[in-house]
Design a protein around this ligand. Structure first.
Ligand SMILES: NC(=O)c1ccc[n+]([C@@H]2O[C@H](COP(=O)([O-])OP(=O)(O)OC[C@H]3O[C@@H](n4cnc5c(N)ncnc54)[C@H](O)[C@@H]3O)[C@@H](O)[C@H]2O)c1
Length: 395
């Protein structure tokens, strides 16, 4: 394909306005599409505010603010917005019917060569692609919030997506200054949310079963593992309604392995959705919760490592991604200091497997059953750094 020049972004909400801004900052002409001029005006104001912040922090020149803004046009018509686009990114609400409708419309109006990408977090790329006459040119391009700042983009290959489409999308992500990782299969949760889902569940069940408190879990996660946020803190930050919805999608896809913990639903029903409502697991009315340092020894952080590594192993076993991509995704998408495969090699794959077996014997829960890949590594004496071979080779 010729060089990409013109972009269209459908949806100008939390993600869409940020993605439009990132595209314009990299020199692309962008048409941002939404359902009303009022929404589009607000989105443009948010972009302007964000660009001014970038200028204050000297990440762009003050005179660039207007130049970047001038690259973004707006319209309320999908047909008009995509008609000369080389690449379209959809970021409308997470509803399959709506996405299919938008894709069918965009497919009819966009040039034949245009790639149609979706920023969906949980829906099937394959199913969305089937609403078009160009399923080979439909791809997942999953940005993280806020797109202006988060360095990771997951590029997801649907069943019909061509390698060329994946390659063009990877190159675009790089041009935007992002780090792309390819998710070779259209698996629910892709890479980051699959591993995070397992980790959330472990923390939720431990507290639900009254083994520990949420402060103890968060203290261990922050001060022992060095994660940027506690798990309950992150859940509140993401939004418990979003988490609840994603947990249902994961359960439908993976069954008992992803059985959601009943700790979240009552909070959602009470409207305690986390940071955005001022109350979730924590009280956010006075700002970010303070996580006490002195509780860090009260929770066994190996439990979090064990379920994260098990999920990473399942992704590799299912040929979704390689260890390098999984580790990159977790470090760039969530700010973990090490990825799960690096953690496993450091801690010892035998140690991880023993922890999973211990938890499985204690509870009989499917999520603790070690992935066959981990059992295979142990039988080959691929235990990590200490034997020179684990997920990676050493020496
Ligand atoms: N918010 C996040 O943290 C996040 C992160 C990654 C991916 N995502 C995904 O990105 C997508 C958008 O999420 P969001 O948080 O930006 O949602 P949002 O509700 O903030 O924004 C959606 C926008 O789409 C517009 N819209 C609705 N119907 C439309 C139509 N028919 N045509 C054009 N525009 C329409 C809405 O007016 C709104 O401005 C979802 O698929 C979500 O799963 C969200």
């Amino acid at each position: 394909m010729e060089k990409l020049q013109k972009m269209a972004v459908i949806g100008s909400g939390t993600m869409g306005h940020g993605i439009s801004q990132v595209l314009a900052m990299s020199g692309y002409e962008v048409t941002m599409i939404d359902i009303s001029d009022e929404i589009l005006k607000k989105a443009m104001e948010k972009i302007k505010w964000s660009l001014q912040k970038f200028a204050e922090k000297r990440r762009i020149k003050p005179e660039d603010v207007e130049t970047i803004l001038s690259r973004i046009k707006t319209t309320t018509s999908v047909e008009e917005g995509v008609k000369d686009a080389d690449f379209v990114i959809e970021a409308v609400p997470e509803k399959m019917d709506l996405k299919k409708q938008i894709f069918s419309k965009a497919d009819k109006a966009a040039p034949k060569h245009a790639i149609l990408a979706t920023n969906t977090s949980s829906l099937s790329i394959t199913e969305i692609s089937e609403a078009t006459e160009r399923p080979d040119k439909v791809v997942g391009m999953h940005f993280f919030n806020p797109p202006q700042l988060m360095p990771l983009v997951e590029v997801i290959k649907g069943e019909h997506t061509s390698d060329e489409t994946v390659n063009i999308t990877v190159e675009l992500a790089k041009k935007l200054g992002k780090t792309p990782v390819v998710c070779r299969k259209d698996t629910r949760g892709f890479i980051v949310n699959r591993i995070l889902g397992a980790v959330f569940n472990e923390a939720f069940w431990a507290v639900y079963n009254k083994e520990v408190t949420m402060e103890e879990v968060d203290s261990a996660v922050k001060y022992k593992a060095g994660f940027p946020m506690g798990i309950f803190e992150l859940a509140d930050y993401v939004g418990l309604d979003v988490l609840y919805y994603v947990s249902k999608v994961m359960e439908e896809a993976f069954g008992d392995i992803a059985k959601p913990c009943p700790i979240v639903e009552p909070l959602v029903k009470e409207g305690k959705l986390g940071q955005k409502t001022g109350q979730g697991f924590y009280d956010w009315s006075k700002g970010r919760p303070r996580i006490p340092f002195h509780l860090a020894d009260n929770f066994d952080i190996m439990r979090i490592y064990a379920v994260a590594v098990n999920e990473a192993a399942r992704l590799i076993y299912d040929d979704v991604a390689d260890p390098e991509d999984i580790d990159t995704a977790m470090k760039f998408g969530t700010g973990w200091p090490s990825g799960p495969c690096e953690i496993a090699d450091r801690e010892g794959i035998d140690v991880i497997v023993n922890k999973l077996k211990e938890l499985y014997e204690k509870t009989g829960e499917a999520r603790y059953k070690p992935c066959p890949l981990l059992e295979e590594y142990v039988s080959k004496n691929w235990l990590g750094r200490k034997t020179g071979r684990g997920f990676y080779k050493y020496g």
